[in-house]
Design a protein around this ligand. Structure first.
Ligand SMILES: [Zn+2]
Length: 121
């Protein structure tokens, strides 16, 4: 099977974790787990390749929230830095299916913030 899809997804999500100072061992472990699961999934369904990167991002987002809780700094990734004032809120991946062309969108305003992998600017 073509592992380059998984490697690319890993690189994009790691870049966005690092953009928010979350390239920590704990977070990277969650990323590795997500990549391993999605690698299996891709083996079952090769046509799912365009969705992999966004799905890994969603998996890591959920795993961080489960691990740290949504009230913790680490549990709310990535936080929206686009909106001024108001409660802290996060971004989510669109399309919901994970792809193609996964993009971070503000869950409050619906504004497009950055393509996956480009949160660091
Ligand atoms: Zn926002």
């Amino acid at each position: 099977m073509d592992d380059s899809v998984i490697f690319r997804a890993r690189a994009l999500v790691l870049s966005d974790l690092q953009a928010r100072a979350l390239g920590t061992p704990d977070s990277v472990t969650l990323l590795e787990d997500a990549c391993a699961e999605r690698r299996w999934w891709l083996g079952q369904w090769p046509e799912g390749a365009p969705f992999i990167a966004g799905l890994v991002a969603q998996d890591v987002q959920d795993a961080l929230a489960d691990r740290f809780g949504r009230r913790a700094k680490e549990g709310l990734w990535p936080v929206c830095t686009r909106c001024e004032g108001g409660p802290v809120h996060s971004l989510h991946i669109e399309p919901d299916l994970g792809g193609p062309d996964p993009t971070w969108v503000c869950e409050e305003s619906g504004a497009v913030v950055a393509p996956l992998g480009a949160l660091g600017g």
